[in-house]
Write a protein that binds this ligand. Structure first.
Ligand code: HEC
Ligand code: HEC
Length: 592
């Protein structure tokens, strides 16, 4: 047994050692043997701490470049991940403060240009999306284990893409079987037809990556010349949307902290649907001139300890993380604020700087039915003048603002009429010269409903691993100008209240998933059951399974196809309830 253990250790350390050998052989090769192409010019490192902590293994050359490190550009999360591996597997000794300073320096000076980072934002924002992977070999060789987002958050020289592949093989030999499939053809195999691409998937992937995600790019050179700490201090207006809780308006006041790219925040959020107002305080770091990474705490959460995430009600989380993208003119930020053990809860936010001019953010609802009389609408924004008259409001033809019920600096309640035959569709609204585009949709009737998200994932947990929740909501739709439902021009009328239920998804005969996977609340929040084998279940299997989540909308006025058919509307979403995530690749430290 002992011998076996030792053997395993030796084999394992070989794998650990191999990449180090590669790293070394790279540094030992004399420059004339490997002429650097102009586009492979590495980025010199001028930070003494990086040189001190990293150059024992990553050799420094006469131009101040460190092997590996100078030939990559990564997001803050990318640098954090690489440094964690240096500590975990490669023997780097570093304090958390040093790591923070190094992540900041490398993210700033070996980072992504805003144009490069934008398409990869969803990775840092922890959004669950269907990724668009443009290259087939990348899909088969890489995306089986992790997201494409992780890859497009990086830029490297060709050699660095190759070394990355070697790192995978060195540390995770199973990759050869799972994705890279670098096997020789069987000896008796017939020769492939002429013109067949016989390269292995991983080699083809490198080809694509080296071409599309190179170290040097015009975007990066342009941004590098512009790079500076943005001046974020001031007051900002927030518009947000949270699945299940609807619209949120609020204000963030940002103050400078001790260092020029760090800030503290005071946040006030107003949930339109139920009138809740919450206050929070936070702090943040801005990397690379545009990457906001922050954390905020509810006043309630701060008292009770930072991890008091009130996920059961999906509201007012103790601690949440902020990932936002700052516009080039420092006037706007957008991104996601998220919480939950799988970052499954979140608010999509847009922040706009408050200046001297009035700002119209939007209304307390997303749609209004035509015709209508005496409907009240609340307009949210900032700096509204005190002398507004009904003529100052413009909601487009067919909507008349009849009177101002009350008007404040930040919100105004008005009464409107919508004429019979008002043109259906999404409308911009204006208050004097201030404008909010697409703020309200005029419709005549609800034609159908949808459940969002339309396919979803929850994770069993609660014993050794946390639960992964899933919030659903139902959205009402109008058929749109073409008069046909389920087409691209259909109008989203916003969330509606529905009754929730679940049904069996018939994939395995007689497995009664819906009895075991978890429960769906009256507000559409799915809470998964606990993980681990369940003795009450056939074959003692885990509580995993697949179900339909069903929304039923019974509206007194709603009729189908304008006819007498007044059966309720239903819609459904496909939910997979699976096992916990045993290894998490998350880099929350970048917001500290
Ligand atoms: C004790 C040796 C050692 C130290 C110190 C060290 N590294 Fe490494 N580094 C390695 C080895 C070995 C590899 C190749 C295997 C790998 O990628 O993990 C590597 C690879 C890398 C890579 C390439 C990873 C990739 O994804 O291709 C980066 C980036 C990196 N190191 C960054 C750093 C930084 C930044 C520091 C200093 C804070 C540092 N390293 C300090 C040993 C070290
Ligand atoms: C067998 C599963 C698997 C496959 C297939 C796979 N990866 Fe990875 N990848 C990982 C794991 C695990 C890590 C985390 C390494 C660590 O930090 O310990 C990782 C890390 C990475 C990173 C971050 C590297 C860093 O420096 O921290 C990048 C970029 C990446 N992979 C790209 C790719 C590409 C490109 C491919 C396809 C050619 C690929 N991966 C295929 C499992 C996989």
């Amino acid at each position: 047994m002992r011998v076996l253990k030792a053997l395993v250790l030796v084999i394992f350390s070989l794998f650990l050692f191999l990449p180090a050998l590669w790293a070394q052989s790279q540094t030992q090769s004399p420059p004339q043997e490997k002429p650097k192409e102009p586009d492979e010019e590495g980025i010199p490192i001028t930070n003494p701490l990086v040189v001190e902590k990293c150059s024992s293994c990553h050799k420094k050359d006469e131009k101040g470049r460190l092997t590996r490190i100078s030939y990559e550009r990564l997001t803050p999360e990318g640098w954090q991940m690489a440094i964690k591996r240096m500590v975990r597997l490669n023997g780097l000794n570093i304090t958390p403060e040093e790591a923070r300073a190094i992540v900041k320096y490398l993210s700033n000076f070996h980072g992504l240009a805003p144009e490069e980072a934008k398409p990869a934002m969803y990775q840092a924002e922890h959004r669950m999306i269907d990724e668009n992977v443009p290259d087939e070999s990348v899909r088969t060789a890489c995306i089986i284990c992790h997201s494409y987002g992780r890859i497009i958050s990086q830029r490297r020289t060709r050699e660095e893409w190759e070394l990355l592949i070697n790192m995978h093989v060195g540390y995770f030999p199973v990759v050869e079987f799972q994705g890279f499939r670098r096997f020789p053809p069987p000896p008796d195999a017939p020769p492939p037809p002429p013109g067949t691409d016989t390269r292995h998937p991983a080699d083809r992937a490198v080809e694509f990556l080296a071409k599309t995600l190179p170290l040097q790019s015009p975007e990066w050179s342009a941004w590098r010349a512009n790079l500076r700490a943005p001046k974020m201090a001031g007051r900002w207006l927030v518009t947000g949307y949270q699945i299940g809780r609807g619209r949120i308006y609020g204000e963030v006041s940002i103050e400078p902290a001790a260092v020029e790219d760090e800030f503290t925040t005071k946040i006030k959020l107003h949930y339109v649907k139920d009138g809740t107002v919450v206050t929070r305080t936070g702090r943040s770091i801005v990397y690379t001139g545009y990457s906001w990474r922050g954390r905020s705490f509810s006043d309630k959460g701060r008292q009770a300890g930072s991890n008091n995430n009130d996920v059961m009600t999906n509201s007012d989380p103790g601690e949440l993380r902020e990932v936002m993208f700052i516009s080039r003119d420092w006037l706007q930020m957008e991104g996601r604020w998220f919480w939950g053990d799988y970052e499954e809860f979140g608010i999509d936010v847009t922040l706009r700087r408050i200046g001297a001019d009035p700002i119209v953010l939007g209304l307390d609802r997303l749609s209004i039915k035509a015709p209508a009389t005496g409907e009240q609408l609340r307009i949210f924004g900032s700096n509204f003048p005190s002398d507004l008259k009904v003529e100052d409001f413009d909601f487009g033809p067919g909507i008349t603002v009849k009177r101002i019920i009350n008007a404040g600096n930040e919100n105004i309640l008005v009464e409107v009429d919508v004429a019979e035959g008002a043109v259906l569709g999404k409308r911009d609204i204006a208050v004097r010269h201030s404008f909010a585009s697409g703020a309200i949709t005029v419709y005549d009737k609800v034609d159908y409903i949808k459940v969002s998200p339309d396919k979803a994932l929850a994770r069993l947990g609660g014993v050794k691993f946390p639960k992964g929740y899933q919030q659903f909501e139902a959205l009402a739709y109008n058929r749109g100008p073409d008069n046909k439902p389920q087409t691209a021009d259909d109008l989203n009328l916003g969330p509606i209240d529905v009754e929730w239920s679940v049904e069996e998804f018939p994939s395995t005969y007689n497995d009664d998933d819906k009895e075991f996977v978890g429960t769906l609340s009256r507000t559409g929040l799915f809470t998964p059951a606990i993980e681990g084998p369940n003795p009450k279940r056939k074959f003692e299997r885990n509580n995993y399974g697949e179900i339909w989540v069903i929304a039923t909308y019974k509206s007194p006025g709603a009729t189908r196809d304008g006819a007498k058919d007044s059966r309720p509307f239903t819609a459904r979403s496909y939910l997979v309830v699976t096992i916990p995530l045993y290894v998490k690749w998350d880099q929350p430290e970048v917001a500290r």
